[in-house]
Design a protein around this ligand. Structure first.
Ligand SMILES: [Zn+2]
Length: 391
């Protein structure tokens, strides 16, 4: 059952400055309050005494901040402040009509439901601008050569936000904006690996017709969820035109866990990145792929997150001079999300041994079924994705 967490390593030598992972954060992002209701609906049926805090709430991120400040990983991190994005910066990914719509909605001062589960309340727009700007700052840190490892600790999340509409708790596509900044700064090819339990449809949509950005998403099989999210996340959504083959979806069977994800990373993500040879690597991370998340049906534990972080670090070392930008997305279990984040960053830092024990693992997974599905996806890619004929 539960075990005690490892204490911070007393007197552990701080690593060289170049090895530190730069965390970008601004507490102004806590001002976004999506309200209360029956789970994420915002509705009060009138017959419940206690309603849920919206799952995308400030508390989940408060714990991510505190575990990084006070957990054993603290020695390996440096902290950097964020900034709000300028409206003009948003146009590198979003349409001017959409941004104007958000600005106008915010100016009314009223609460507005933009789509199912997604609420723009007073305070939300300021937080969204901070999330976008803080992610851009974290990218600039790497692009300017100030460090190789950075993490944008941001909310509201972004990977469902499409160029012209909000979706799935997301308003602005934080990672998408940073990818575009990397391209505009001279990086010819950028790869994004999204391990949030939901399909990173907004990021995929933004780069669906280009071969300079490889978007890969590992997610549960949830399909389309309405007008704001028409994409299904299925294997045959592989990009269009010049972008054909440069959006790779890995919908894993619900219940996939550490072994299944590691197999998918090694069989699908690693060979694709090796072929693509990006000049910057993004790890778009959601802890809602954990076994205990209210929004997910996957079974990752800290060990799985740590392994994914390590695999990504090796890829970055091989192709990108060790440069990797981690961008925060979902993750709704108030305490375990923080632990899974800690484990992911331990992996990205390529630390030899875990610094923190898992307080609540284990959960069963059907890894053989996941592996069969991964093998099928690989066969499909060999037939349908020109640059992956020989993986
Ligand atoms: Zn998610």
């Amino acid at each position: 059952m539960a075990s005690e967490s490892s204490p911070p390593p007393a007197g552990a030598p701080p690593p060289g400055l170049g090895d530190k992972l730069a965390v970008f954060w601004d507490e102004g992002m806590l001002a976004h309050d999506a309200g209360r209701g029956v789970f994420d609906s915002g509705r009060d049926p009138g017959f419940l005494d206690v309603l849920d805090q919206h799952p995308e709430n400030a508390d989940r991120v408060r714990n991510m901040v505190s575990i990084l400040r006070r957990g054993p990983i603290a020695h390996f991190l440096s902290w950097h402040s964020g900034r709000p994005a300028h409206a003009s910066e948003l146009l590198s990914f979003h349409s001017s009509e959409y941004i104007e719509e958000l600005v106008q909605t915010n100016a009314t001062g009223a609460k507005k439901k933009l789509c199912e589960g997604t609420f723009l309340n007073p305070g939300s727009w300021g937080a969204a601008l901070l999330a976008a700007g803080t992610t851009l700052s974290s990218a600039k840190h790497i692009l300017d050569g100030q460090g190789n490892l950075a993490y944008a600790l941001v909310r509201p999340p972004g990977h469902h936000a499409q160029p012209d509409h909000a979706d799935g708790y997301c308003f602005l596509n934080n990672a998408g904006l940073a990818v575009q900044l990397a391209l505009d700064s001279g990086r010819a090819k950028v790869a994004v690996v999204d391990i949030d339990v939901h399909y990173g449809n907004g990021t995929a949509e933004g780069f669906y017709r280009t071969d300079t950005v490889l978007t890969m998403s590992l997610h549960m099989m949830h399909g389309s969820w309405g007008p704001s999210h028409p994409q299904s996340g299925s294997v045959d959504e592989i990009g269009e035109g010049k972008g054909l083959g440069y959006n790779l979806n890995i919908p894993l069977p619900n219940g996939s866990g550490d072994a299944g994800y590691e197999y998918a990373m090694n069989e699908l993500v690693v060979p694709s990145i090796d072929k693509f040879q990006p000049q910057l690597l993004f790890l778009v991370v959601g802890q809602d792929s954990s076994a205990f998340d209210p929004n997910g049906r996957q079974c990752l534990t800290m060990e799985g997150y740590r392994k994914i972080g390590q695999i990504m670090r090796r890829l970055a070392d091989r192709h990108c001079n060790g440069q990797i930008l981690v961008v925060q997305e979902g993750g709704y279990h108030i305490t375990y999300s923080a632990y899974c984040l800690h484990a992911t960053l331990e992996g990205v830092l390529d630390l030899e041994a875990p610094l923190l024990d898992d307080p609540i693992a284990y959960y069963p997974e059907d890894d053989k079924y996941t592996m069969k599905v991964v093998d099928m996806i690989k066969s499909y890619w060999k037939e349908s994705v020109p640059f992956l004929k020989e993986i």
